[in-house]
Design a protein. Structure first.
Length: 443
C-alpha cells in the first residue's frame, strides 16, 4: 500500500521503516531539512538497534524515501500518518500545534479521499480537532473530497522500537467506519498473522487507551519507589520484595523495578497530560498526581544520598557518573534522572566525570563545554580522581565492574546505585560503602 508518514522522529521513522520492510511503499515528510538531508545520505539520526539496516534495505529497494515536500507526501499515500511530537505545554497539557499543522498541510494539498491516522500520543478529543481543522481548510478551498480520521496510538519502547513495531503486543484502531477498519487491517496484516492483535474501538477510547497504558506503567514504578523508600527506613530489601510480589501473576515481574525515577519523552509528559485532561473534565486525579510527585522526589534521591554522605559539603567533590541516557540502549536524555543529579551537583560546586555508551554526544549537545562536566572515553577513566561513583542507567556494561579498581580509584570508596545493579553485601565485601534504592540502608 502507499503510505505517507509526517514526522521522522523515533515513532515516524521506525514505523515507516517497519512498514516499508514488509513491502509497503512509504514516503516520509519532515519539516527539518537537516534531518531529511541526513536520512537521504543514509545517516540515521537516532540510536535504535536494528534500524539502520532496515532503513538501508528499504531505501535501496526504492520503497522508502525522505522529503520535505509535503505536497509530494500528501499526493502519495492513501493513508497519511501523523507522527509528530506532542510536547507538554506550560500547564502540562499536550501541545497539539504540530499535529494540527500537519492536519492543515494535508487538507491544503489533498486532491482525493485520505485516511488520516493519528499515531502521535494525543488527548481524547484530538481526532475531532483534526477533523474540524481538515474540514475547515477543505471548505475554504471549496472542495469536498471526503476524509477519515483514525486513532492508532503507538506503544513502542525506545531501545527496542524496531522489535516492538515488528511484533506489537496489540494494534489499537479507533474508528467507527467499517471501510477504514478494512484498510487498516490490510495495512497491518503482515504484523497480525499468527494471532489476532488488532483491537478495534471507538476513537475516544483508543485515544484514552494510550494514556491509560503509560500511566499504569508509571504508576507501577512510583508505587515500587514508594515501597523502596519505606524499605530503606524499615531495614527491608526492595529487591527481595520485588521478587516476592512479582511471583504473583496478577502483579507480574515487569515494571516493578525501584530506581532513581522514570524519565524519557513519554511517561513524565503523558502523566502530566492525563492529569490536565482529568482536571479539565472536572475530575481530581489524586492517584496520577501522586505518581508524578513521587517520581519527582525520587529523582532527587541520588543527590540526597551523596549530600548526606558528605555531610552537606559537596563543593569541589568529583563525582563519577555511569549512565546518562534515561534508560539503556538509547541516547535519549529527555527527562533523564542523570540530568537532575548533575544539575543539583553543579549547584553545590561539585564536578562530574561522566561516561555513557551512547549518550555522550547528546550530553555535549545539551550542556556544551562546562568546567564542571568532563565527558570521559571509558567507564574506568570516569573513576580517575573521583570521590564517589553514581550509577544512573542500567547499561549492561556496568553490571559486572571491577570492584577492586573502583575501590582503588575513588577517594571515598562509595557507590550510589540508582538502578540496584549490585548486591550490597558483595560491594561492601570489597570495602566499598554502598547505597542503592530501598536496600535496607540509608545514609
Ligand atoms: P520526535 O520529536 O522524535 O519526532 C518528531 C518529528 O516531527 C521531528 O523530526 C520534527 O521535525 C517533525 N515535525 C514537526 N512538525 C512537523 C510537521 N509539521 N511536518 C512534518 N514533520 C514535523 O517525536 P517522537 O518521539 O517520535 O514522538 C512522536 C509522538 O509519538 C509523540 O506524541 C510521542 O508522545 C509519541 N510516542 C513516542 C514514543 C517514543 O518512544 N519516542 C513512543 C510512543 C509514542
Ligand atoms: C514507554 C512505554 O514503555 C512504551 O510502551 C510507550 O510506547 C512509550 O513510553 C511512549 O509512549 O513513548 P519508553 O519511555 O521508551 O517507553 O521507556 P520505558 O522502558 O517504558 O522506561 C521508561 C522509564 O521508566 C525509564 O526511565 C526506566 O528506567 C523507568 N523504569 C522502567 C523504572 O524505573 N522501573 C521499571 O521497572 C521500568
Amino acid at each position: 500500500m502507499k503510505v505517507t508518514v509526517f514526522g521522522i522522529g523515533y515513532v515516524g521513522l521506525v514505523q515507516a521503516a517497519v512498514l516499508a520492510g514488509v513491502g509497503h511503499n512509504v514516503v516520509c515528510v519532515d519539516v527539518s531539512e537537516a534531518r531529511v538531508k541526513q536520512l537521504q545520505q543514509g545517516q540515521i539520526p537516532i540510536y535504535e538497534p536494528g534500524l539502520e539496516s532496515l532503513v538501508k534495505a528499504s531505501v535501496e529497494a526504492g520503497r522508502l524515501i525522505f522529503t520535505t515536500d509535503a505536497a509530494q507526501g500528501v499526493k502519495h499515500g492513501k493513508i497519511q500518518f501523523i507522527a509528530v511530537g506532542t510536547p507538554p505545554d506550560e500547564d502540562g497539557s499536550a501541545d497539539l500545534k504540530y499535529v494540527l499543522a500537519v492536519a492543515k498541510t494535508i487538507a491544503q494539498h489533498m486532491a482525493e479521499h485520505r485516511i488520516i491516522v493519528n499515531k502521535s500520543t494525543v488527548p481524547v478529543g484530538t481526532a475531532d480537532k483534526v477533523s474540524a481543522c481538515v474540514g475547515e481548510v477543505l471548505a475554504g478551498r471549496g472542495v469536498d473530497f471526503g476524509f477519515d480520521v483514525v486513532s492508532n496510538p503507538e506503544f513502542l519502547k525506545e531501545g527496542a522500537a524496531v522489535a516492538d513495531c515488528q511484533r506489537p503486543d496489540r494494534i489499537i484502531i479507533g474508528t467507527d467506519s467499517a471501510k477504514v477498519e478494512e484498510r487498516m487491517r490490510e495495512l497491518y496484516a503482515p504484523f497480525n498473522r499468527n494471532h489476532e492483535r488488532m483491537i478495534v474501538m471507538d476513537v475516544r477510547s483508543a485515544e484514552l487507551t494510550k494514556y491509560a497504558a503509560n500511566c499504569m506503567l508509571a504508576t507501577k514504578i512510583s508505587f515500587m519507589n514508594e515501597i523502596a523508600n519505606l524499605a530503606e527506613r524499615l531495614g527491608a530489601d526492595i529487591e527481595k520484595v520485588r521478587q516476592g510480589i512479582g511471583s504473583d501473576p496478577r502483579i507480574g515481574y515487569s515494571f516493578i523495578y525501584a530506581g532513581c525515577g522514570y524519565g524519557g519523552s513519554c511517561f513524565p509528559k503523558d502523566v502530566q497530560a492525563l492529569v490536565h485532561t482529568a482536571e479539565k473534565a472536572g475530575y481530581m486525579p489524586e492517584l496520577l498526581r501522586s505518581v508524578e510527585s513521587v517520581n519527582r522526589r525520587q529523582k532527587d534521591k541520588l543527590f540526597a544520598h551523596l549530600n548526606a554522605y558528605f555531610n552537606g559539603d559537596l563543593s569541589n567533590k568529583v563525582i563519577a557518573l555511569w549512565g546518562l541516557s534515561f534508560k539503556p540502549n538509547t541516547d535519549d536524555m529527555r527527562d533523564a534522572s542523570s540530568r537532575v543529579l548533575m544539575e543539583s551537583l553543579w549547584e553545590t560546586g561539585a564536578r562530574v566525570q561522566a561516561y555513557d555508551p551512547a549518550a555522550m554526544d547528546e550530553t555535549q549537545r545539551i550542556y556544551g563545554n562546562r568546567k564542571d562536566l568532563a565527558l570521559m572515553g571509558t567507564k574506568e577513566s570516569a573513576l580517575n580522581g573521583a570521590d564517589a561513583l553514581v550509577v544512573c542507567t542500567e547499561w549492561n556494561v556496568f553490571k559486572a565492574p571491577d570492584f577492586d579498581l573502583i575501590k582503588d580509584s575513588l577517594s571515598h570508596a562509595l557507590i550510589v546505585d540508582g538502578r540496584n545493579l549490585y548486591e550490597p553485601e558483595l560491594v561492601e565485601g570489597y570495602g566499598i560503602a554502598y547505597y542503592g534504592i530501598g536496600r535496607g540502608r540509608s545514609v
